[in-house]
Design a protein around this ligand. Structure first.
Ligand code: FAD
Length: 316
């Protein structure tokens, strides 16, 4: 079966969950080969990649690959596309993944699909486009299909691959080295999962009413082991930090469960969450547009509903 390259997302030597999802997806379409960019691959990371089906692990371990923003990753993948002629390249539809995908498409003269939420035989992707307003099936007709897949679109399932490691020496162009990372500032990482990777997201909107009241949203998220999100109305009001905004100009999430509390369901908010598998809306207005999208709806005051829900979940 033909090889499918999967760009590994990793932090501090740990493989992110989205990569395991991509390997699982790649297995259904061919033979996955993981591509690790940068130094610091650990024995644990290799074992994990193999456990989720990586037949090969290409390692470009030079510092250069991660010291120059995203361009080197696109050059690394372009080199592998030329050398290995893979059937497709999969990356995570994260901010970085999408930029890598775009640059790679230009370098390899290939078509690119972003924000895929599924991928089938023939590399036909289910894709959410126009800010999430339309779902389409797309297929790349030119070059090597490059597909950026949204986190949480596939349930990761282990199935061992050979995990044969192969060193890759990548010679970067001057252009790829034009911008150098001079400092990395770690974002405060609480106990909660990262918003774009979380299987459960609880978001609050203008209906939450204040920054202090976001504590009830956080409590519900914590009771479910989920992440906290917010609408733009809430982030613009500085009730919650902008990095947690969900929507067209915020993060895109595709969790198994999305709970929207005090959010009306404007198109720009939907753009970031409508591919969630299950949507629960809590809103005091029965006419709120979010109910058109919701699988389950609770018409009521979130100040009562949210704490009651948290209490009930914590009992179990
Ligand atoms: P509202 O629309 O004001 O809705 C508040 C809801 O809370 C109402 O439905 C109300 O019934 C309910 N409510 C009030 N009190 C309670 C209570 N006590 N209990 C239960 N329910 C209650 N928005 C985003 O979210 N993300 C984006 O990325 C984004 N990008 C944008 C980009 C552009 C270019 C533009 C023009 C807009 C963008 N917006 C975005 C803004 C978007 O249009 C909406 O204004 C925003 O999503 C509204 O947020 P909201 O639903 O929290 O507030």
């Amino acid at each position: 079966m033909s090889e499918i390259l999967v760009l590994v997302e990793h932090v501090d030597g740990e493989v992110k969950k989205v990569t395991l999802e991509l390997l699982t997806l790649a297995r259904s379409l061919g033979t996955p080969a993981a591509v690790w960019a940068g130094p610091g691959i650990t024995a644990d990371a290799k074992a994990k990649l193999a456990a989720y089906g990586a037949d090969k692990i290409y390692v470009a371990g030079s510092d250069d690959v991660v010291d120059h923003v995203v361009a080197p990753k696109a050059e690394l993948l372009a080199q592998l596309v030329a050398d290995k002629a893979p059937a497709a390249v999969l990356v995570a539809a994260t901010a970085e993944g999408k930029e890598v995908a775009g640059r790679l498409a230009v370098k390899t003269d290939s078509g690119v699909i972003t924000d895929a939420v599924g991928l089938r035989e023939g590399f036909v992707a289910d894709q959410s486009i126009f800010g999430g307003g339309v779902n389409v099936q797309s297929r790349v007709r030119r070059g090597t299909p490059i597909v950026a897949v949204r986190p949480n679109s596939t349930a990761p399932e282990a199935a061992a691959g050979a995990g044969a490691e192969e060193e890759v020496a990548v010679s970067l162009s001057d252009g790829a080295k034009a911008a150098r990372i001079v400092e990395r500032v770690k974002q405060e990482k609480g106990a909660r999962p990262e918003l774009t990777e979380a299987a459960i997201v609880v978001s609050g909107g203008r209906g939450v009413g204040s920054a202090e009241n976001f504590a009830i949203i956080e409590a519900l998220a914590d009771s479910l082991g989920g992440a906290v999100g917010a609408s733009r109305a809430a982030t613009d009001a500085q009730w919650y930090p902008h990095q947690f905004q969900v929507g067209q100009t915020g993060k895109t999430v595709s969790p198994q469960l999305y709970i929207a509390a005090g959010i009306s369901g404007a198109i720009q908010h939907r753009a970031g969450m409508q591919t969630a598998k299950n949507i629960v809306a809590i809103n005091k207005d029965p006419e709120a547009p979010i109910f058109e999208l919701a699988d389950y709806g609770v018409v009521g005051d979130l100040n009562q509903v949210v704490p009651q829900l948290t209490e009930e979940i914590e009992k179990r």
